[in-house]
Design a protein around this ligand. Structure first.
Ligand code: AVJ
Ligand code: FE
Length: 433
């Protein structure tokens, strides 16, 4: 076995550990009553997420890759996300917190043993380059972001805290012109890319302008103050219906505070910071803001071209800053800070054209429905992406402050219903050139 393979094995083990440290932090922050509670009909009890992470690890790493006997075959059905809606999971005979912790630890022991013996350098496609392990690392990190969103929805005194994010030397505003022409969207070479990011394919994009930063709280407050939520001209028919039905008046968690706004974040209420990206807005609100501003949301292809296309070489790179792995100076990721950072706070992560913070801070709504790329093939299971393809879901790009670096890249695609705003969603605007 090569040194390369051994280095990959060490990296996989380190990533599995890092994910588990985060799951542990998020589930040790609250008591057992809180872990089993349903904090919102939109979210699972935290203890479900924990055992579900273990169950996926058991299914893929212990049973499939390892070919080992089941640890707990009897609980598969309880932790199958397609069998029970989130709002119904509280009532299931779930593992209690102590049992769930014991279960995920048992599975992890076996998974590490499987990792020790796995042929990462050859053989099954599922195992080559550590893909199955990478998929499970990302799966746990995705659920850790989901658990963070559950924390944001729970009531009671704060239990999570973090330092404030860095402030920019100068606030980034304005837009850049992205030249028209073809670029490579998606990937064939990113080892841990999920099925919906594949295959790489050429896409022609007409020239467009895109904002250098996400829409800020200050800009969004101006939309509210201008009566944006009361003027159907800015909303699509479906968006206006939803705005009326849900009684939307601003981002989730905002309260009016005299002539300005405050937001409650992980149990603490504070004035919104004008230069930070707006967060907890739905697709309909993002589209309405964009129309009011004389702009529109970028398509998914436009977003990816802005994030990956290198004007010097015409090549698509892994990240806005190049092909180098994520470092802390590049982006606000990984729950280091528990809120988005102001426009311009991560200049080292900017693209060659000067577009900032495409990765990290807030998930960005695009105007695109979630579909498979030409030549899409579900791998390793249809339920990761394929069953969600169609007009019901909108694509989100770039990751948030709650997303781990292992679970986002220039090609990564997230999706949600257009009315959803419990995840850490914002947006940036674009317009035709
Ligand atoms: C890609 C974030 C939409 O959380 O529903 C977790 C990821 N898939 N378990 C989700 C996922 C299976 C997925 N998203
Ligand atoms: Fe899952």
């Amino acid at each position: 076995m090569t040194i390369e393979t051994e280095r990959l094995r060490d990296r996989v083990a380190a990533e599995l550990l890092r994910a588990r440290e985060r799951s542990t932090r998020l589930t040790e922050a609250v008591d057992d009553d809180d872990l089993v509670a349903q904090h919102s009909p939109l979210m699972s009890p935290l203890v479900w997420d924990l055992a579900h992470v273990g169950n996926q690890e058991e299914l893929w790493l212990v049973r499939d890759v390892g070919g080992r006997a089941a640890v707990r075959q009897d609980i598969d059905e309880l932790y199958d996300a397609f069998k029970h809606a989130r709002r119904d999971r509280r009532a299931l005979p779930l593992l209690n917190p102590a049992e769930a912790r014991r279960y995920v630890a048992q599975v992890r022991d076996k998974a590490l043993d499987v990792l020790d013996r796995a042929r990462l350098d050859q053989g099954r496609r599922l195992v080559a380059d550590g893909f199955a392990f990478g998929m499970i690392v990302q799966h746990e990190q995705q659920h850790d972001e989901t658990m963070l969103a559950t924390h944001q929805l729970r009531s009671g005194p704060p239990v999570l805290s973090a330092a404030p994010p860095p402030a920019p030397a100068s606030v980034v505003t304005g837009e850049v012109l992205v030249p028209g022409g073809p670029f490579t969207m998606g990937t064939d070479t990113e080892a841990w890319a999920l099925d919906n990011e594949r295959p790489a394919h050429q896409v022609f994009v007409a020239p467009f302008h895109i904002d250098r930063a996400a829409v800020t709280n200050g800009a969004y407050a101006a939309f509210i103050e201008a009566g944006g939520y009361d003027d159907p001209r800015w909303w699509t028919a479906a968006g206006w219906d939803h705005r009326q039905e849900a009684g939307l008046t601003g981002p989730a968690h905002w309260q009016r505070d005299g002539s300005s706004f405050a937001a409650t974040t992980f149990g603490r209420t504070a004035p919104v910071v004008a230069d930070e990206p707006v967060v907890h807005v739905g697709f309909h609100e993002a589209s309405a803001y964009a129309k009011w501003a004389g702009k529109r949301l970028p398509t998914e292809a436009e977003w990816e071209k802005a994030a990956r296309w290198d004007p010097a070489t015409g090549r698509s790179r892994r990240y806005p800053w190049g092909d180098a792995a994520v470092e802390s100076r590049h982006a606000n990721l990984g729950q280091r800070f528990l809120r988005p950072s102001a426009a311009g706070a991560f200049p080292d992560g900017a693209s060659p054209l000067g577009v900032h913070q495409l990765i990290g801070d807030v998930w960005e709504w695009t105007s695109s429905d979630f579909h498979g790329y030409p030549g899409f093939a579900a791998f390793p299971y249809r339920e990761y992406s394929e069953v969600f393809f169609g007009p019901d879901y909108k694509v989100l790009r770039g990751g948030s402050f709650g997303t781990d670096a292992s679970a986002v890249r220039g090609t990564f695609r997230n999706w949600d219903y257009p009315i959803r705003r419990q995840i850490f969603t914002g947006f940036r605007c674009a317009r035709d050139a």
